[in-house]
Design a protein around this ligand. Structure first.
Ligand code: ZN
Length: 141
């Protein structure tokens, strides 16, 4: 897991170290095609449907980052394994950790003094649900 977050953060620094990352640029570096995704591909890649009130763009950014993680860490985007019934829980967690480190800089969030998950979500362009799953909220003084 540490390797996943390290590599995600390293790719972030290469692309766009402040604010919301240009996911397409990151995908270009990793050689992942994120253009023109259908909802079926979205579901395949994510295994997590976007909530009805979720912003599709944020979910697509998250799932693109997840797929880039699979590409860089596991040599594929996970679809093949999923189709063959070999869902690898460890690999999925790594791809999620990678996506978080690629899309969100927790130190920058701290600098911005964010205290609520929606602030982090809006600033970095990620789903609030992802923030709830990954962000260690700062202690309120
Ligand atoms: Zn996956």
């Amino acid at each position: 897991m540490e390797r996943a977050t390290r590599e995600g953060a390293a790719l972030r620094r290469r692309i766009d170290p402040r604010g919301p990352v240009d996911v397409e640029a990151a995908a270009g570096v990793a050689g992942v095609d994120v253009g023109g995704w259908s909802e079926a591909r979205w579901n395949e890649l994510g295994g997590q449907a976007a909530p009805d009130d979720g912003a599709p763009e944020e979910w697509l950014r998250w799932l693109a980052a997840h797929a880039i993680g699979h590409q860089m860490l596991h040599g594929g985007d996970g679809q093949w394994r999923a189709r063959h019934g070999e869902v690898d829980t460890e690999a999925e967690l790594e791809a999620e950790g990678f996506a978080w480190a690629l899309l969100v800089d927790e130190r920058e969030a701290e600098t911005m003094r964010f205290r609520e998950p929606w602030q982090v979500a809006a600033f970095f362009g990620v789903p609030e649900k992802a923030v709830l799953g990954h962000w260690d909220m700062p202690e309120l003084a």
